[in-house]
Design a protein around this ligand. Structure first.
Ligand SMILES: [Zn+2]
Length: 222
């Protein structure tokens, strides 16, 4: 499958993406459909060569944040549709894909930052309701919460100041997993250590917590 993008450029540009093997051709506005087909046909051997070469590479390709690449969000996988445009970069969640609008010629690190900021914004929108829901049930108060990218922990709780940290990567797991970590950290406000009492409290609040924990531990990392 070839993605054709029309732009005000001077010459045709053909790209085979390393991550997906998909082909994208940027064409000047004046070039006709027939001419585009001709060019693609003429370069078919080269395209197949590139795709084979990329497919043979053993290690998983690093994320490139390009159209067609798959990215997870809350337990589902979405194909990325990257649109280059002037203006504030943003991400829009559609039924079956993630639309990412970035500045023309933005670099990989910038695209990655746009998606990370979007993940963060999604968590920021969801966490307050979760905390508000669980506070009266558990009889605890969270004074402050923050989101941070952590390498080894899903969350932490400072029981002295009632502050909770939540891992940014929770955005890629089902919402129930985020809720499990929120409840886990809030339970520390009742019981600081992971002892029998802590587990009994978790069983009482969230009987399926072990399932969510399992899901997190087998999950991919960003
Ligand atoms: Zn804990």
């Amino acid at each position: 499958m070839v993605e054709v993008v029309r732009k005000s450029i001077k010459s045709l540009r053909l790209v085979v993406y390393r991550a997906t093997g998909k082909v994208r051709i940027a064409v000047p506005l004046r070039v006709s459909e027939a001419e585009v087909r001709q060019v693609v046909t003429a370069r078919l051997d080269w395209i197949r060569q590139q795709q084979d070469k990329f497919a043979l590479q053993v290690k998983p390709a690093p994320l490139e944040y390009v159209t067609g690449e798959v990215h997870p969000f809350q337990g589902r996988h979405y194909h990325l549709n990257v649109i280059e445009q002037i203006g504030t970069p943003r991400v829009i969640l559609h039924e079956d894909h993630l639309e990412m609008r970035v500045r023309p010629n933005s670099e990989l690190a910038q695209r990655a930052a746009v998606l990370a900021a979007w993940y963060r914004a999604q968590l920021q929108a969801q966490i307050p309701a979760l905390i508000a829901h669980w506070q009266p049930i558990m009889g605890v108060q969270v004074a402050e919460w923050r989101i941070k990218h952590m390498k080894t922990k899903w969350g932490t709780c400072n029981t002295r100041v009632h502050r909770i940290w939540l891992n940014l990567e929770l955005a890629i797991f089902p919402l129930a997993c985020l809720e499990y970590v929120v409840v886990h950290e809030m339970t520390h406000l009742l019981e600081p250590s992971h002892n029998a009492r802590f587990k009994a409290l978790m069983d009482q609040f969230m009987p399926l917590w072990r399932e969510y924990k399992k899901e997190l531990n087998k999950g991919v990392r960003m």
